[in-house]
Design a protein around this ligand. Structure first.
Ligand code: MD3
Ligand code: FE
Length: 207
């Protein structure tokens, strides 16, 4: 595994997962899932998305970017729940809060091709992921496309921390194993990814 990648299986217990799903249902009612499309081609993603926090990641024909508002409603994204910020504080070892919480919804057959997360300005912060619902087959490679890859199963309640070298590694979701969790009433998988997007005003290295 690339250095800086930490898998924390079962980080959230079942009651914590249920409480989080309850909160997410209310937040998604305010900021509904949308289907992003690929830049230029307009080909739809199989994953539906929404965001929480001061900045949200979107993709449309114009490109990938972070923006403060929902592309359909025009409203600011809802705030990130305290329980989610608590996970960041416990695992990130980064002294500033995340700005973006991307919520990915994998329905039957959804997947995510190999890509790097590089639309942020701040790479000193890790990306922190929380998995909920059906188990996913996660694939991770190196920092260059076309290198060796390996897979890891991500189950409900697992947290993954991508810091250090792993922060810029290629990764994706090969598939979601339907029927592996009873957490979500309609099955499928929800993944939260927490990210620091901008560089903090007072860099902690100058402290
Ligand atoms: C490894 N999401 O939203 S989370 C994404 O399960 C994304 O929905 C996947 O990739 C999902 O961009 C994977 C785990 C993850 C997130 C970011 C990473 C792994 C990463 C960044 C660098 C290396
Ligand atoms: Fe990613």
């Amino acid at each position: 595994m690339p250095s800086g990648l930490r898998h924390l299986p079962g980080f959230l217990d079942r009651p914590a997962q249920e409480a989080l799903v309850g909160k997410l249902r209310a937040l998604v009612a305010e900021a509904p899932f949308f289907t992003p499309v690929m830049p230029r081609t307009g080909r739809p993603f199989t994953v539906a998305m929404t965001n929480l926090g001061s900045l949200g990641w979107v993709s449309d024909r114009a490109g990938y970017r972070y923006q403060p508002t929902h592309p359909d409603t025009g409203n600011p994204w809802p705030t990130i729940p305290e329980a989610v910020l608590a996970v960041w504080r416990e695992v990130s070892a980064y002294p500033h809060p995340p700005e973006a919480c991307l919520v990915n919804h994998y329905r039957e057959g959804a997947k995510m091709g190999l890509h790097r997360d590089e639309d942020e300005e701040e790479f000193a912060a890790p990306v922190v992921s929380i998995s909920l619902g059906d188990t996913a087959v996660f694939r991770i490679g190196g920092t260059e496309r076309g290198g060796k890859t390996e897979t890891l199963k991500l189950s409900s309640g697992d947290v993954l921390v991508m810091g250090g070298e792993s922060r810029l590694c290629y990764h994706g979701i090969d598939r979601v194993l339907s029927g592996t969790s009873t957490l979500l009433r309609d099955g499928g998988r929800i993944n939260l990814t927490l990210r620091r997007v901008t560089k903090p005003e007072t860099p902690s290295q100058r402290r």
